[in-house]
Design a protein around this ligand. Structure first.
Ligand code: MSP
Length: 525
């Protein structure tokens, strides 16, 4: 153990529809990061959950002739199933309808009321239920529509509670400027600093006559707490903030990484930070705003009918493990930028990287080890003659770690794939099959195969956070009996392969079958 804690959170999903690959993208990225930091020996806590209050849920429940709670209970099941479907290893799933959360949110509100940071005033504004927020006239399209939802916001005249966000404006600006890792990727920082220029106090309640589905304002039966205040608080209430047992909060807060989509960066880097400052709670180290996943270069939307779920992809390609989808989503774009999903790209990327480059490299080297040496690594095979390969392997590990320091997942993966490509080149150049033909060079063939096995051990461990199932298979084929999750990066050194029989014929199966290959087709039948 490194002795360090690492707390990572995701946005909590609205459960008014089914999960799609946009929701899934962020959960997978967070899972990858959580697994990587566990490999570093950190004590990781990974939180995800669902956002269940507000007008959007209230309206959809009504349409479905259900009470909002019944509706959430039935829909949340599909979101919770993501853990199993996508191999997400989180510690906790919070629902904002959980009793302890509702109570803690009321206490938070009460604290801010008592401090004078929440006050009552009347207000006229334009509310978009899609965004669950008030929009200014200048934010709308020429036709007066919300640009994200292309819907006309509702004109609202209400008596509301307000949070004195303007009081914290300068502190937020100073914090952003003083901490270069606070908003990542850094190219998103300026847009937030610009928004901060005009920031005003925000409405933090709605009258029940407009929205009834929410947490009641303490001491005011007519009002419910604004859904974003309720939702943002989840990151600390989940750890027991303002609950009887706050030991997890003391242990893990402040969060190391709060993973969210770029569309909700304002709520996280302005509103959330204002709230924490008002509460006197430490600020998270990094808010990471990832990009948007489009489908065939188009925004996913119900009206376009192009919403794709992870389920349909896994079913379409008869994938028993989510690894290929995890891999594709983590490599489709530089992490942080917008990325795209298309069936063609998916197939060609995973076939090229997982089946051809990585899978075949392992398979053909182990086949040679079986053919020429009965699958056994002997002491005399062990060597570090191939300096370029050894340095590249150790260098890849270093660069993976460096990239994960700023959550550059795609770049970290690229380092490993470059190592795989270099190793393929090494095999082609050394031609172990030719070396095996001559008694005098048989030992050189053995050394090449040992080197490849050593690289593949590293590849498996470095790729484990992204493709846990495939990585475990690679490791098992290399004769390692350990659970891959238990191997720490500090212990990963050249010389992992133990001299012994590592593979037999029966165990030598492809670690990843090409999508649409005949074998994968057989599996379908
Ligand atoms: N409930 C709010 C978040 C509250 S966090 C305190 C919300 N929910 S959401 O269901 O609309 O979105 C959940 C997450 O999924 C957000 O981070 C959002 O950016 C992300 N995505 C939703 N669609 C997406 C894509 N098409 N692509 C990538 N991520 C997107 O916002």
């Amino acid at each position: 153990m490194s002795g360090k804690t690492f707390y990572i959170t995701t946005a909590i999903d609205y459960v008014n529809g089914k999960p799609h690959i946009g929701h899934v993208y962020e959960k997978i990225a967070s899972d990858v990061i959580a697994r990587h930091f566990k490999q570093r020996g950190d004590d990781v806590y990974f939180l995800t959950g669902s956002d269940e209050h507000g007008i959007k849920i209230q309206k959809t429940a009504q349409k479905n002739n259900m009470s909002p709670k019944e509706f959430c209970d039935s829909n949340v099941v599909d979101f919770q199933a993501l853990a199993q479907d996508l191999n997400l290893d989180y510690n906790k799933y919070i629902r904002t309808t959980d009793d302890y959360h509702e109570k803690a949110v009321q206490k938070i509100f009460q604290k801010l009321l008592e401090k004078g940071d929440i006050y009552k005033a009347s207000y006229t504004g334009l509310y978009c239920s899609g965004c669950e927020c008030f929009l200014a006239q200048k934010d709308l399209t020429e036709d007066g529509l919300c640009p994200d939802h292309m819907a006309k916001p509702q004109e609202v005249k209400e008596e509301n509670y307000f949070f004195r966000l303007s009081k914290y404006k300068q502190q937020i600006i100073d914090h952003i400027n003083a901490n270069p890792d606070f908003i990542l990727p850094s190219y998103r920082k300026n847009e937030i600093l610009n928004q901060l220029e005009n920031i005003q106090d925000i409405s933090v309640s709605r009258p029940k006559t407009s929205v009834s589905w929410g947490i009641e304002v303490p001491g005011d039966k007519e009002q419910v707490i604004y859904v974003w205040i309720d939702a943002l608080s989840n990151y600390i209430t989940a750890l027991g903030y303002e609950s009887e047992d706050d030991s997890l909060f003391k242990k893990y807060w402040p969060a190391n990484c709060q993973m969210i989509g770029k569309d909700i960066l304002k709520f996280h880097s302005i509103y959330w930070i204002g709230l924490l400052l008002a509460l006197g709670v430490k600020l998270p180290k990094t808010i990471f705003a990832h990009g948007w996943i489009t489908i065939d270069e188009k925004k996913m939307s119900k009206s376009l009918g192009n919403v794709i779920s992870h389920k349909s992809i896994l079913e379409q390609y008869h994938l028993e493990s989510p690894d290929a989808l995890r891999y594709f989503l983590m490599t489709t774009t530089s992490f942080g930028r917008d990325g795209n999903y298309s069936d063609e790209d998916f197939k060609s990327k995973v076939n090229a990287d997982l089946a051809n480059n990585t899978g075949n490299l392992l398979n053909r080297s182990l086949s040679m080890l079986l053919k020429y040496f009965e699958g056994e690594i002997k002491q005399e095979f062990v060597n570090d003659d191939a300096k370029e390969l050894v340095d590249a392997t150790l260098g890849a590990k270093k660069k993976v770690v460096e990239n994960f320091d700023s959550y550059m997942i795609t770049e970290a993966i690229d380092e490993v794939i470059s190592l795989v490509n270099l190793t393929n080149k090494y095999v082609n150049e050394t031609a172990p099959w030719s070396l095996a033909k001559d008694e005098n060079t048989l030992i050189d063939c053995a050394k090449v195969l040992y080197n490849v096995a050593e690289v593949m051990y590293h590849v498996a461990v470095l790729m484990y956070p992204v493709i846990p199932d495939i990585s475990q298979k690679i490791l098992s084929q290399l004769g390692e009996e350990k659970n891959i999750a238990d191997i720490k990066l500090d212990d990963l050194k050249w010389g992992m392969i133990q001299p012994k029989k590592i593979i037999d014929k029966a165990s030598l199966t492809p670690v990843f079958l090409r999508i649409d290959s005949e074998l994968a087709g057989d599996k379908k039948k």
